[in-house]
Design a protein around this ligand. Structure first.
Ligand code: ATP
Ligand code: MG
Length: 214
């Protein structure tokens, strides 16, 4: 009684720098998993670029470790090391192709906050990427979904824009960013409620983000 459509797995992908992973990331991953009945969501921290103008990212080893700690005990949330294992920054299209190859019979759902979706035209092979996955776009405070996507009109093909619009998913908004967490840590302000307790412990015991080690 097993047909091919019955056995297809549904896996979400949430890529990011996770510098550090915060409760907004976890909330998005859990909400999308529940609403779309996904088997699991993979958090995929990016590798660390060797040199890049602008802010230096925390070492991939730490960002990955914090993601693992954050997902502990959260059903259906896992962390993939596929990008941190590669040197430098990976292109999402390459990651998606690799995962598709490794997980045959799986439908991949690419989860994007509206701020990330608004920039997708700058990503490598953006249109091919959007067509290769089921995009899921969620609201982020300050970034309304509809206007973030319609701003892409004329920058990517209309069918790609339509696909993003079709992938809009309403979830409860959570106003947390890694920038806010880093700023608060550096200023000596509390971050409880913004990151999981064990993540905060990891940050403090490793003296990350300008925090004095214990
Ligand atoms: P930073 O402030 O350093 O940019 P960030 O909080 O934006 O960090 P990222 O690692 O850049 O976190 O984000 C990874 C993915 O998670 C992106 O698609 C982003 O849009 C999404 N995301 C992060 N925080 C939220 C949130 N609070 N609500 C919805 N989506 C979010
Ligand atoms: Mg960001």
């Amino acid at each position: 009684m097993t047909g091919p459509s019955q056995s297809r797995r549904r896996v979400g992908i949430l890529g990011g720098t996770f510098d550090p992973v915060h409760n907004g990331h976890l909330h998005v991953a859990q909400q999308v998993r529940e609403k779309l009945a996904l088997d699991k969501v993979l958090l995929i921290p990016t590798g660390t670029p060797p040199h890049k103008a602008g802010r230096r990212l925390q070492d991939a080893r730490h960002r990955y470790a914090m993601a693992i700690i954050a997902c502990h005990n959260l059903r259906g949330l896992e962390v993939s090391d596929v990008e941190v294992r590669r040197d430098g920054v990976s292109y999402t299209i390459d990651t998606v192709n690799l995962l598709a190859e490794r997980m045959p019979g799986t439908d991949l759902f690419l989860i994007l906050g509206a701020d990330a979706a608004a920039e997708i035209h700058t990503w490598r092979n953006a249109e091919r990427l959007i067509m290769a996955v089921n995009p899921v776009v969620v609201f982020r405070p300050g970034f309304p979904v509809d206007s973030s996507i319609t701003a892409l009109e004329g920058r990517i093909a209309p069918d790609a824009v339509d696909r993003l619009l079709g992938g809009c998913l309403e979830i409860e908004p959570v106003d947390i960013s890694s920038t806010q967490v880093r700023d608060r840590l550096a200023a000596g302000e509390p971050v409880n409620g913004l990151v999981r307790h064990k993540v905060e412990e990891y940050i403090r015991s490793n003296g990350l983000y300008g925090v004095l080690p214990d």
